[in-house]
Design a protein around this ligand. Structure first.
Ligand code: SF4
Length: 1017
């Protein structure tokens, strides 16, 4: 199978010729942006839309809404689609062949002489460990079935994690089992052994002894590991002329420089959102994964958004590209990225924190006036947070404002820096040394600078053409950087290795392996030990001996075991430091006028900087706002698109920073005018079978001076278009009566006046044509139900990946997604309301509603979907014959059908990864959310054995457990005291499409906004 076949029709050379398939709104017909605008103007009362096509009321959209699957989805003999998903099967086919040809060694299988304590087949164990991302830890509990890690959960005992995770941590288990991970040590294309490498390394190090290591350079990403930092310092002490450099494609350099500018010292800020009445984001997407502290911030934010428990906070977001945080804003101000600094200056000036005011437009000045009054009125209970893509001065101004408002110590505290890489040099200095012939031994530990370094550095050329005699790459993949190094060492995954790492508050977590390295990889600790001449030292010895030095007492063993068990070392959080921000003397504002269109450069919300490009779960995860999968694109606002006569999927040529690229367009409601956003991370050429060739590489637009945004981009419409597989508009539910929309929302004042607005005209309980035939749940021990709080949900998508991991949900590939055949059991719909240029937006997670009067059950000809005595809408896969009547009759469109054999049954690694408690489905069956029935069964068996009932909150569904915002609550609604029962009695509780009398067991808590009356008027 060649690459074009594997990619369907999306090979790079064929992009412009790609013909859109007529399957979905937005993929067919002309989108009339002016009609959308006119429709908004005519709108009276609340009206919600999921796509601009819906807003424009296009004929295609009307057709789509009345189909369960998009047009074409039910065509079975579709050779193009078949090829598309076969790409994903490539790994399994290759590996199946490999195993078939390889004679497995004969090994005796003997029973245990002594059964290991607590290892019982069928009973998982949980181990505490931590995932490190961008240098910061996400503390975890990992489920292990007979020493195979199968599911990631957050560590609920950790002081800052509190049990939440993010999409990257959840999906990291798929990365560990990825058959495309590097499996060998490679030297100039040949497989070699670790001892071969150590022999050559010893020679290279010996040659550096006389110069004290003057020719040695080490390049790493940011890390916070105390033990690794200790090793690095030992190495630099042994080779004092050697140099260490740090590079992260998604760097926090501006954050650090801003603190340095404000305090004269680099410190980290920790925000206490639970104490804040007014929160201001200056281009900071702190409610999405990747922002250090995200899981805690999401939970603390959600806690203060409950209109029924104390005062609600108010969120102002000034942002240059639409984000999840902007969706949650009570007041969102779209601005150019370059306008955030003048706004921050004006805000600082208005609250008396120095800085001369920046010039603002009329709308911006109005917004600023109301905001500054609000901040002045909430001294000590407000926060201003700046985003990492904004320049240092914006961070310094945010620190000055917080200090001026008396917020320090109340809503924001400062600590020493968590990352341990403060003294390392920059990438540009390394490249200068490489080009200057000063480097003889270059060690690249993690990262992929050949792919993601600033384009002006031309790192690939510096690596290839500067005659560095010994170049080593340690990494999880044989990627673009590995290709240009003499040696590539396959790295052990964090789930296979020992380590330590710090959370954003400084608390240290020990990283313990869940499994022996699948491919005999080496960790960074083992690699550094070899650099230190400790040739046989294991990662475990490195980490344990470091902590033995920190905790030398006789109780070390107890300390070590307790820390491993708990997942963190108690008392290691950083204490706040006292710093004083300057409130004047900021650098003068730039006077040069912006030219042309402004361009924002952002990491992709799914595959980040490209490091997760080979992760099928993340590739297929609909991005929070566009719902795009498997691709990146260029975002522009509706006004700019209308001016340029551009439609979604059209190709444009972008000229910026001396580079020219053709990119497909996505018209994103709420995007600022005269500005576009591109997302980097795609366009990999050596990612692996899943990620290679997907999307477009926009890194060439980035340079050392333009990392995040710049003006002067030229955007020109060119001929051709490109297929974008977005799930936006799929599974659209017909609310019918617009007075009962799918998302129900009011302002806080309106809610107080009319608290029962959400369910005022819900059908009366017990409405039925067949009285006396209802099941009497009160006679059963359990009746399951769920609530989802729209106020709390931040749209982070974590529940989708958690559900996918728990329930062995297959990845189907871009072509199949484009046919509407994606298999997610849970989706997070994004709704918009009002002005297309700055709409309000809402997230709504939609799993199976587990209806009491389930329309699906009545139409199944073989009784494959039936009702349980505990109220679950069960699915019996073995009975399903694939008529899909149930799906057609589901008003919520939550049933997913296996049109093909999507599940990879052959790849040995994936067999190890699957949850053994959940059926692995084959072709031709309907599947859907089960409320994690396997978890219910496990707890029911435990409770029966112990002669008790399942306690409230003892049992959590996978989506609930992963949710950092605690938006999902599941439990027994037969228990009058359960959390879910109490929430279902809440005045905000309503059922989706409940006028159909389906009696959904999953209900929603309506979203309440807390706008400033001054701005709302
Ligand atoms: S419900 Fe899902 S999308 Fe919403 S905050 Fe929780 S995990 Fe994120």
């Amino acid at each position: 199978m060649n690459m074009e076949e594997q990619n369907g029709s999306t090979g790079a050379g064929r992009r412009e010729e790609a013909q859109p398939e007529e399957v979905c709104p937005g993929k067919k017909g002309k989108l009339d942006l002016e009609a959308a605008k006119a429709r908004i103007a005519e709108t009276k009362g609340p009206e919600f839309w999921r796509s601009l096509e819906e807003l424009a009321g296009s004929e295609e959209f009307q057709q789509m809404m009345h189909r369960e699957f998009p047009k074409g989805a039910s065509e079975w003999l579709d050779s193009v689609s078949r090829r598309g998903f076969m790409k994903l099967m490539g790994a399994s086919v290759a590996l199946a062949g490999m195993t078939a040809c390889t004679k497995q060694p004969l090994e005796p299988i003997v029973p245990y002489v002594k059964q290991p304590e607590e290892v019982i087949p069928g009973r998982p164990l949980f181990y505490a460990t931590a995932f490190t991302f961008g240098g910061y830890a996400t503390p975890l509990l990992v489920e292990s079935h007979l020493f195979r890690p199968t599911k990631i959960e957050g560590n609920d005992k950790h002081p800052v994690s509190l049990g939440g995770t993010d999409v990257y941590a959840q999906a990291s288990i798929l990365e560990m089992y990825d058959p495309d991970r590097s499996q060998h040590i490679v030297h100039l294309g040949d497989f070699k052994s670790w001892s071969n490498f150590q022999h050559d390394l010893r020679g290279a190090l010996d040659a550096q002894q006389s110069s004290h290591g003057a020719g040695i350079r080490i390049l790493t990403g940011s890390f916070s590991s105390p033990a690794l930092a200790d090793q690095m310092h030992s190495f630099l002490a042994a080779y004092p002329a050697a140099k260490w450099h740090v590079y992260d494609a998604v760097s926090r350099d501006n954050v650090t420089a801003g603190a340095q500018m404000a305090f004269g010292k680099a410190v980290d800020a920790q925000y206490q959102l639970q104490n804040a009445d007014v929160i201001v984001s200056l281009d900071a997407d702190f409610l999405y994964a990747g922002f250090p502290g995200f899981t805690k911030y999401a939970r603390d934010f959600a806690r203060r958004r409950n209109p029924d428990a104390g005062s609600m906070s108010r969120l102002y977001v000034v942002e240059s590209t639409p984000t999840s945080t902007g969706v949650k804003a009570d007041h969102r101000l779209p601005v150019l990225a370059s306008e955030v600094e003048p706004f921050a200056r004006a805000l600082a000036s208005a609250v008396g924190a120095g800085a001369s005011g920046g010039s603002l437009s009329g709308d911006q000045a109005k917004y600023l006036a109301a905001l500054s009054r609000e901040l002045q009125a909430h001294r000590g209970s407000s926060i201003v947070i700046a985003g990492p893509q904004q320049p240092a001065v914006v961070h310094a101004l945010a620190h000055a404002i917080n200090q001026q408002l008396g917020n320090v110590g109340k809503t924001v505290v400062y600590t020493d820096r968590v990352v341990a890489t403060g003294e390392a040099g920059l990438l540009q200095d390394l490249v200068a040394d490489m080009r200057g012939g000063k480097v003889q031994l270059l060690i690249i530990m993690g990262g992929n600078p050949v792919f993601n370094a600033p384009t002006d550095l031309n790192f690939a050329d510096a690596l290839k053409n500067t005659n560095i005699p010994f170049r080593v790459h340690l990494g999880l993949y044989q990627d673009e950087t590995a290709e240009l190094c003499h040696w590539h060492i396959n790295e052990a995954h964090y789930l296979e290795a020992w380590g330590d790492t710090r959370a954003f508050d400084g608390t240290v977590s020990l990283v313990q392996p869940l499994i022996a390295p699948l491919y005999d990889g080496k960790s960074q600790y083992e690699f550094m030990a070899s650099l230190l001449g400790q040739w046989q030292t294991s990662g475990h010895e490195v980490v344990q001996s470091y902590w033995q030095k920190q905790h030398p007492g006789a109780d070390f063993e107890m300390f070590w075991r307790r820390s491993l068990h708990d997942g963190f070392i108690a008392g290691t959080a950083f204490a706040p430091v006292q710093v004083s921000a300057k409130t004047g003397g900021f650098p003068a504002a730039s006077t040069s006028a912006a030219q042309g269109t402004e361009i924002n450069l952002r990491p992709d919300p799914s595959i980040y900087d490209g490091c997760f490009a080979n992760n099928g779960w993340l590739q297929e995860l609909p991005k929070p706002l566009s719902k795009l999968t498997w691709d990146n694109c260029l975002w522009m606002g509706p006004a700019m698109a209308a001016r340029m006569g551009i439609e979604k999927r059209d190709l444009v040529q972008v000229d910026f920073n001396g580079k020219s690229l053709k990119l497909p367009v996505w018209i994103q409601a709420g995007h600022p005018d005269n500005s576009v956003t591109v997302f980097f991370g795609y366009g990999r050429v050596r990612a692996g079978r899943v990620g290679t060739g997907t999307g477009f590489n926009v890194y060439p637009f980035r340079s050392t001076s333009v990392q995040w945004f710049g003006s002067g981009a030229k955007v020109t419409k060119v001929s051709g278009n490109y297929i974008l597989a977005s799930t936006q508009g799929y599974q659209t539910m017909d609310a019918g009566d617009e007075s009962r929309p799918n998302v129900r929302t009011r302002t806080l004042d309106e809610y107080r006046k009319e608290p029962g607005f959400a369910n005022a005209d819900a059908p009366p309980p017990g409405l039925t044509l067949y009285p006396g035939y209802q099941w009497q749940y009160k006679n059963e021990p359990y009746e399951w139900g769920m609530t989802i709080d729209l106020n709390a949900c931040v749209g982070c998508n974590n529940c989708i990946i958690a559900c996918q991991s728990e329930n062995n949900i297959a990845v189907v590939g871009k072509e199949q997604v484009n046919h509407g055949r994606h298999m997610h059991w849970l989706r997070v719909d994004a709704y918009y309301q009002g002005d297309r240029d700055n709409p309000r937006a809402y997230f709504q997670p939609v799993p199976c509603m587990q209806c009491e009067n389930a329309p699906c059950e009545l139409v199944c000809p073989v009784g494959a979907t039936t009702h349980s005595t505990e109220g679950l809408n069960d699915m019996t896969y073995n009975r399903c014959v694939g008529t899909r009547y149930c799906s057609n009759n589901c008003p919520y469109k939550v049933r997913r059908f296996n049109f093909f054999l999507y599940t990879d049954w052959n790849t040995p690694q994936y067999k190890m990864m699957r949850n053994p408690d959940v059926t692995v489905r084959s072709r031709g069956v309907m599947e859907k959310c089960t409320y994690c029935v396997q978890r219910i069964s496990e707890h029911r068996i435990d409770a029966e054995r112990e002669n008790r009932k399942i306690a409230d909150t003892e049992l959590q569904t996978a989506c609930q457990q992963s949710c950092p915002a605690n938006a999902i609550v599941f439990g027994n609604i037969n228990d009058p005291n359960s959390q879910v029962t109490r929430l279902k009695k809440n005045q905000r509780n309503y059922g989706l499409l409940d006028d159909l009398n389906t009696r959904p067991r999953t209900t929603y808590l309506a979203e309440i906004r807390n706008p400033n009356p001054e701005l709302e008027a």
